[in-house]
Design a protein around this ligand. Sequence first.
Ligand code: FES
Ligand code: FES
Length: 194
Amino acid sequence: MSTHELTLTVNDAEERLTVEARTLLVHALRDELGYTGPKVGCERGKCGSCTVHLDGEPVKSCTTLAVQADGREVTTVEGLVGNGVETGGEGDGLHPVQTALHEAHGLQCGFCTPGMVMTIVSLLEDDAEQTEESVRRALKGNVCRCTGYQNVVDAVLAAAEGAGRADVAADGGSIGGCADSGPCGDGADDGGDA
Ligand code: FES
Ligand code: FES
């Protein structure tokens, strides 16, 4: 198996490593570089627990080869800490999305939460005007197998409101047939085959 020398910028730090051509980005991050925020769930691109940002865009790092990240910028959930607003209280320094998840009781387990955070941050960076339906659609690639999504959705809408650009549905109810117990319908993966 051929090996490749890579230089990545991870959370603003330059990292050099040598990997086999087949090495997945999630394994390079976790096993070679020690960034354990991205989690290995399904390893098939279905659960979202491995989500990181690659040049600012969310990717499933279990379906991205490490060599594809050569010369590029990677942000893991660890890279969000310190980029948040200083509140002077508990959670000081957290990203506003992390604070919103904390306050809305949307912080779930250590497997699904890091990926959800990275998806949500990207969503709100692209467009902070979100509705319950659009949030559920955005989260359909991030699977929770055990609790639910309502508090996560509430947190995203709160974070959007905090950005001052939210367009939350006036009635706050379930929209477009999205069930409270899961992300919005079409194509949502239940992770059952992971
Ligand atoms: S581990 Fe990457 S999507 Fe599930
Ligand atoms: S998978 Fe994390 S709380 Fe359900």
